[in-house]
Ligand binder design. Structure first.
Ligand code: ADP
Length: 382
């Protein structure tokens, strides 16, 4: 029985998971990550029996993947890896569905790097490294923008002259693999929500919200880049473009402003403490409190906006590290939202139960699984 490997290659880490066919579809047999790619990389491997952490020394993406392969050998036994699937942030206007990757396609995807300069290059480095480390496996790309390509025009465009839309200045939206998984999970496990008007809040280090009708995408808070909408761990979220021009007129370069907005803003920038929600919830600093108030307020405003875009609201789903665990944030988001049919049971919420609502609008907590979406795509293409 062949196995499939899923990879999420960032600039300094590679997250992976291995699946084999099982009774319920695909079973994860191992997962982990290579952290701190560079002079002192580390491999964390979780199997059904244990979790190990190994220093692997100097490692780039290729060496990191070789270390993964070596560590997986005893887990895999006679099983070989038949397909490797990659999370790729941007498919542009052309690529939405999972696709088999080859060098020609990689060159085309390289040309989209200016649309996602922090993520696309390391994603593609990961693909090339996997082609070297797993030469006999097929390589499959799954796009984070793909899910949103079906948005209606008004949720896909900006109010710019038409030629900019045609040149690709669009609202791409991201976190698509998570939305694909969560909307599929809701369809499977909550048949009462078939074709329902659902808002999904993906709250992790990156944060966004989208609304769907059943599984059909309608609108997303993220647009052209991964900076719009909600404040995130280190990204600013919604910002008047006038601020950018003002800062540049004050002497900051375009690169400095870019770095400010993606690395030094958001929860980290506002609190001056951390981008980690756990630290902010535990802090008694007034700046941390302000950062959390702003965070919650933006989520609540987007619930209003997405409800209007979708013509009503039947369910609100929380996912991502914060959405799945930070009950205090869910409580504050849902507080006083009876006008949207939202009411939650405090005990169910605090226990991170799947159904936490008591009102007309179903409120769910669903653990996302982007790797499984990629694994299923590999199996389909195999
Ligand atoms: P990524 O976007 O990198 O995949 P995650 O989805 O893992 O990130 O989310 C990371 C965020 O989730 C961090 O802000 C972290 O503090 C938060 N988080 C994780 N566990 C908890 C928890 N038990 N309580 C509150 N926040 C949590």
């Amino acid at each position: 029985m062949p196995a499939v490997l899923t990879l999420n290659s960032g600039s300094s880490s590679i997250k992976f998971a291995v699946y084999v066919p099982g009774s319920g579809g695909l079973d994860e047999i191992a997962s982990g990550q290579v952290d701190a790619l560079g002079p002192a990389a580390k491999l964390i491997l979780k199997t059904r029996d244990e979790k190990t952490s190994t220093e692997i020394g100097e490692a780039d993406h290729v060496a990191g993947l070789r270390a993964v392969l070596n560590a997986l050998r005893p887990v895999l036994g006679e099983t070989h890896i038949a397909g490797v699937g990659h999370r790729i942030v941007h498919g542009g206007t052309k690529y939405a569905e999972p696709i088999r990757l080859d060098e020609t396609l990689l060159e085309e995807l390289d040309e989209l790097s200016h649309l996602a300069p922090l993520h696309q290059p390391p994603n593609l480095t990961g693909v090339r490294a996997a082609m070297t480390a797993f030469p006999d496996a097929i390589q499959v790309g799954c796009f984070d923008t793909g899910f949103h390509r079906g948005h209606p025009f008004e949720n896909d465009t900006y109010a710019l002259p038409k030629r900019f839309y045609e040149e690709g200045i669009r609202r791409y939206g991201f976190h698509g693999l998570s939305y694909d998984y969560v909307s599929g999970y809701v369809e499977e496990h909550h048949p009462d929500l078939k074709d329902a008007r659902i808002i999904i809040a993906h709250l992790g280090n990156g944060c966004s919200m989208c609304c769907v009708k059943g599984r059909a995408p309608i609108a997303s808070t993220l647009g052209f880049s991964s900076m719009d909408g909600l404040p995130m761990g280190t990204r600013c979220g919604q910002l008047d473009p006038g601020v950018v021009f003002h800062l540049m007129a004050q002497g900051m370069t375009a690169d400095e402003v870019h770095m400010l907005l993606i690395k030094e803003a958001g929860l980290k920038g506002m609190s001056g403490i951390s981008n980690d929600m756990r630290e902010l919830l535990a802090s008694d600093s007034p700046d941390a409190a302000n950062a959390l108030s702003y965070y919650v307020s933006r989520i609540r405003r987007e619930i209003g906006s997405l409800t209007a875009a979708n013509g009503g609201l039947d369910a609100l789903v929380f996912t991502g590290g914060i959405g799945e665990n930070a009950w205090q944030i869910r409580e504050r988001v849902c507080e006083g939202m009876a006008f949207f049919g939202i009411a939650i049971d405090p005990a169910a919420n605090e226990a991170n139960r799947e159904i936490i609502s008591t009102g007309r609008t179903k409120v769910l907590v669903v653990n996302t699984n982007e790797q499984l979406v990629i694994a299923r795509a590999i199996v389909n293409l195999l």
